[in-house]
Design a protein around this ligand. Structure first.
Ligand code: AP5
Length: 216
């Protein structure tokens, strides 16, 4: 099954995407994570993406589409995919449809996670991540056992570079500009689109997602 998680920054796409992929045996494919890994590795691609990310703008479609197609090319047709943060524009959605069609596949579910801006800003403000394993914590809602240190590998937790207040505001604006057209695109497709309120505990949101994709 091919599932797309849409939603504003901080709504929980990453948190929920990892859990949903685990339970369905799918690959969690988060373009933000791939971009941050490319930056950490100092690749040319990471360097090209850096300025856009730091300003809270979208990275150009051609870079993102190449990145996603490269990963898709490594998966067999049986492997489910949970997309997180992709597609974000109609050209990205069209490119995904084309790449999947070549493999005889299509997008099955599109789930729009929703929450109020006030909560999103609080979640993002409290987010801390592990730069070694990518684990995500929250000082308000999901603290690590030892303050400031990753439970899994002991790495010191960091605040994401684009999680400062000005960039958060810009990321929210960019999300709003592009969402309506993406939602319209999928409403006119064969995929089933559902909206899930994400202002609830992680486990409750996860239950709603599993119901939406038909996984117990
Ligand atoms: P990306 O990494 O995709 O960031 P985003 O969309 O802004 O989303 P976030 O990662 O901020 O939030 P999330 O929804 O994953 O929430 P999370 O689970 O972490 O993109 C970053 C940048 O990369 C973009 O700005 C752009 O420049 C570029 N980019 C990426 N993809 C692109 C594309 N396709 N095209 C062009 N450019 C692209 O949760 C947030 C916090 O809340 C965490 O601390 C978590 O622990 C906590 N939390 C989550 N759920 C709950 C809950 N239910 N209750 C309490 N706390 C919760």
């Amino acid at each position: 099954m091919v599932v797309i998680l849409l939603g504003p920054p901080g709504v929980g796409k990453g948190t929920q995407g990892v859990l949903l992929a685990e339970v369905t045996g799918a690959r969690h494919l988060a373009t933000g994570d791939l971009l941050r890994a490319a930056r950490r590795d100092g690749t040319e691609f990471g360097r090209q993406a850096q300025g856009y990310m730091d300003r809270g703008e979208l990275v150009p479609d051609r870079l993102i589409v190449d990145l996603v197609c490269e990963v898709l090319g490594t998966l067999d047709c049986e492997t489910g995919v949970v997309f997180d943060g992709f597609p974000r524009t109609v050209p990205q959605a069209e490119a995904l449809a084309e790449a999947l069609a070549e493999a005889g596949r299509q997008v099955d579910r599109v789930i729009v996670l929703e929450a109020d801006d006030e909560l999103l800003v609080k979640r993002i403000g409290g987010r801390r991540t592990c730069s070694t394993c990518g684990a995500v914590y929250n000082v308000f809602f999901r603290p690590s056992r030892r303050e400031g240190v990753c439970d899994r590998d002991g790495t010191v937790l960091v605040h994401r570079a684009d999680d400062d207040p000005a960039t958060i505001r810009r990321r929210l604006e960019v999300y709003r500009q592009d969402t309506a057209s993406i939602v319209r695109f999928y409403e006119g497709s064969a995929a089933r689109l559902e909206r899930v309120r994400a202002n609830r505990p992680v486990a409750e949101v996860q239950d709603a997602l599993r119901e939406a994709v038909g996984t117990p």
